[in-house]
Design a protein around this ligand. Sequence first.
Ligand SMILES: [Zn+2]
Length: 295
Amino acid sequence: MICTNCFEAECSAAKTELTININGESHVLRDLDCETCPDCGEITFTHSQSLEIDKKRIALEFGLKPLLAPDQLKTLRRLLDMKLDEICDLLHIGRNTYGRWERGEVEITPSMNLLVHNLIEKVPDARVNLLENERTIAINKANALLLEQYISFGEYLREVIATTRLLPDVVCRLLNIELADLTKIENNDFTPEKISPEVTARIVQFFGLTLDNLKRLLNATLTIFDMKNSATMVHARSTSYDAKGAAVQNSSVNKVLEKLAQKRGGDQLKKQVSDEYFAKVKTALDDLRREGGGA
Ligand SMILES: [Zn+2]
């Protein structure tokens, strides 16, 4: 084939690589057959060579979509607020199919997995709750604003979850903690050192915090906790005493104290969370990273 660029020489077979973009990330396809001109260096692909590149790109794109787990499929349907037959109609699949995936009776097929991933990409809340890279982006964005402020560990968690629109139970599942415990941590219901270092380490890792961030957040919690103890008398007079009422009450008490602590500028000279506790968190964090790295 004569070179269509310079018309000076006959092209010959060669190998090349191409950088392609999938979901905003660059990937390199290597060892691709092409034709190259010995005179001007122009690279061209024949029709069948282009077809091979398309196939490789599609295979890569398929391979990059992790197979959705039953939990994720359940969460997606909840986010879309759809009944089983509604989502089956939407995806043009048999009436029982989605339910079987959700219950883990059968694994979603690779082609349906790709279709559902396409659906997830169109729903912002689903992206954040189901896709790790999207979650990281949203959390980093929220952190940039939240970590600038004087804020307690509990109020930080509540705010970062609300801002990113993560579902609290999704967060709990990923952190491996109970929803009731998350609520207690959000309300600064116990002194920071009562939170197990392993749980704190998982929170630090999940929300991309540094140990310095953690120190500031936990010291603020300690201040709030001390203030709360002096406010208990007011709190005890409350009439709404079912569990839900109490949680709402605790949350608003915390908000009021948070504002007060902000005004006071954080009482930096008061008690601080012990270095021992941070050392334990750091050890737990190192363990987590080793586990993650070794997998
Ligand atoms: Zn040429």
